[in-house]
Design a binder for this molecule. Sequence first.
Ligand SMILES: NC(=O)c1ccc[n+]([C@@H]2O[C@H](COP(=O)([O-])OP(=O)(O)OC[C@H]3O[C@@H](n4cnc5c(N)ncnc54)[C@H](O)[C@@H]3O)[C@@H](O)[C@H]2O)c1
Length: 296
Amino acid sequence: MSTTIDSIKNITVIGAGAMGRQIAMTAALAGYQTTVQDISQDMLDAASAEMSGWVESRVAKGKLEQSTADAALANLAWETDLERAAANADFVIEAATERLDIKRGIFESLGSLAPSHAILATNSSTLGSSKVAEDSARAEQVCNMHFFNPALVMKCVEVVRHESTSDNTVDVTMELARRMGKEPVVINREIPGFIANRVMGAINKESLFLYENGYASKEDIDAAIRNGLGHPMGPLSSWTWWAWTSSTSSLRPPTRKPEPRRTSPTSPSPSSWPRASSAASPVQVSTSTRSRSSAP
Ligand SMILES: NC(=O)c1ccc[n+]([C@@H]2O[C@H](COP(=O)([O-])OP(=O)(O)OC[C@H]3O[C@@H](n4cnc5c(N)ncnc54)[C@H](O)[C@@H]3O)[C@@H](O)[C@H]2O)c1
């Protein structure tokens, strides 16, 4: 079944955690009637309070009109019952706990609870939507719609198609992301880590290799990447490391801090990641690269 971007009025976000609440607020600010569903009333209450506080502070700083803030808050509804939350959904963004069994259960329920035209997207950082598509019984209307943390701020959204995702699903998801103020990219085939986290992992890996083998200090590696590649932070700074690892739990590298002068490089990328052909040797990064570090 195909749908059009203009027919999307109601968005349901599943999970009111760190990501779900900000994705919901982003959708509400873009004018969508947005229902946030979570099994935990406490999480819904915390999310509602945090988002109200966020818009208030934006208004106080003069970065948001009071009328826009009021309209966005009025667009939001909070719900523990999935049946009620999904009943009128034109588009669902699942941002529940990163566990396959939980997500499979949600997609199976959505298959019968959400209207048949609804697109079902998962915000998972590590689980390709192929893992839940069949459960939904509408595999062609399923894809990843991967926001970055904090979702209210970060522009990138990775739209990842699995083998059966229809062109219509990709087109509508991309346009929805644009209407939410994002700059989406398409990933044509599932690959763990998608684009940004995968590239971040390669940079982290090489940085660790250089540090652990005594080629340079942490500070100098970070400085080279900040000042040579234009990233806002170096990969060995604690913030960047935390952000990368916290968003990619099942891709998480060893949690220990790197120790100096080890003889063999450790790989923060999980062994299950398909490797680039040159992955065994240090990554060659052009000095003209100007990518900014978009920690998820
Ligand atoms: N945290 C990040 O930096 C980040 C970045 C990008 C994507 N993601 C992805 O977003 C998703 C959510 O991550 P998060 O950091 O917001 O997690 P979180 O732990 O902050 O929130 C998860 C929420 O899901 C709820 N939940 C659990 N089971 C549920 C169910 N059956 N139905 C409805 N709600 C349920 C929990 O009560 C909780 O409020 C994950 O798939 C993760 O991979 C996270």
